[in-house]
Unconditional design. Structure first.
Length: 337
């Protein structure tokens, strides 16, 4: 359940889920149950080919009995724009069963193309039937819809992959080999001696309004143990991009009943009693500072969130009120070892 809640926090994941659920709801509940499509007064041209042949056969028999050319023509015109092709297709069957009656009917409705229709050959110069109305644009609409959904899915996958950067750590390693973009190495936390079972880097920069990293925690045997991550807790001021004054780090343990969260606050937010009190409802407030280590513990996991690098942004807002960047190292160990 906690895993699902963390995924729902991602707005792009929520968008895709909403599109899928909406499409299924619209098609199954609305389209098939509440408001099913009902065909009323369909023309013979909209029937299946077998029923169109039955219609032509009826018209042929009717003309053989009545010799009413006007009525025969009206039956023929009811087949729509593709009437000639329908008549040729029907003639392949009727021409062998009722050759004289079929030829007489064709003489009445298509006197200029009697030979071609009776022989079942295409009429020279005739153009194939073209889709009209919405049907003409249906392939284009479907193609656009598929392209949009595919682009959204690719964007989400790439963003998730770029945000997840797990790093392997050996027991002999004292210093992480990965270097963050500011050129600083991420040393192993001094508070715990053994190598962590998982270690990740979460990076925020001003303008990343969708910042919401989450990482899966697995045991050395590949067993899922939980998740951790970091994301925007609260912005300050108005306008774009968001001016983030607090970032929350969290740890989810599959064996625990809750997610532990702590809030890294700017100096301005931490000193403001109203803001600090409001954010305390999300988790324990912590004054963000370079090198600061924050420990989060659950029933079976312990995580040290270390601020590797950070800087405040500049602008019309109060000094030290929002982050320009922040790089957080997340290291996880099992408890009760």
């Amino acid at each position: 359940m906690e895993n699902i809640q963390k995924q729902v926090r991602n707005p792009w994941a929520a968008l895709v889920v909403g599109l899928v659920v909406g499409a299924l709801f619209g098609m199954i509940v609305l389209g098939w149950w509440l408001f099913p499509v009902e065909w009323v007064d369909a023309s013979p041209g909209d029937l299946l080919s077998s029923y169109q042949t039955d219609w032509v056969e009826m018209a042929v028999n009717e003309y053989a009995l009545t010799a009413d050319t006007a009525l025969a023509t009206s039956r023929y015109e009811a087949l729509g724009e593709g009437k000639t092709d329908i008549l040729i297709a029907a003639g392949l069957e009727l021409g062998t069963q009722q050759p004289e009656q079929f030829a007489s009917y064709v003489m009445a409705v298509e006197p200029e193309n009697v030979v071609s229709i009776v022989q079942g050959t295409p009429i020279e110069g005739a153009e194939p039937e073209k889709a009209t109305g919405l049907a003409a644009f249906l392939p284009i609409i479907c193609g656009i819809a598929v392209a949009v959904l595919a682009a959204a899915a690719i964007f989400i996958i790439l963003r998730r992959l770029s945000s997840r950067q797990p790093r392997e750590v050996t027991e002999e390693a004292a210093v992480d080999a990965e270097v963050v973009e500011e050129g600083k190495a991420t040393p192993a936390p001094v508070s715990i001696q053994d190598a962590p079972i998982a270690q990740f880097t979460s990076s925020y920069r001003l303008g990343d309004d969708l910042y919401d990293d989450s990482f899966s925690i697995d045991s050395p045997q590949g067993e899922f143990m939980g998740e951790c991550g970091a994301g925007i807790s609260e912005p300050i001021g108005v306008g774009d991009p968001k001016k983030v004054t607090a970032i929350e780090v969290w740890l989810f343990d599959k064996n625990d009943i809750q997610t532990v969260t702590k809030v890294l606050m700017s100096a301005h937010a931490f000193e403001d009693d109203a803001i600090r009190s409001r954010l305390a409802a999300k988790g324990e407030p912590v004054l963000a500072a370079p090198g600061e280590e924050i420990i989060l513990e659950t029933q079976t996991l312990q995580m040290v969130a270390r601020i590797v690098d950070m800087a405040f942004g500049e602008g019309p807002l109060p000094p030290d009120s929002f982050f320009d960047r922040m790089v957080i190292d997340l290291s996880i160990w099992p408890k009760n070892r």
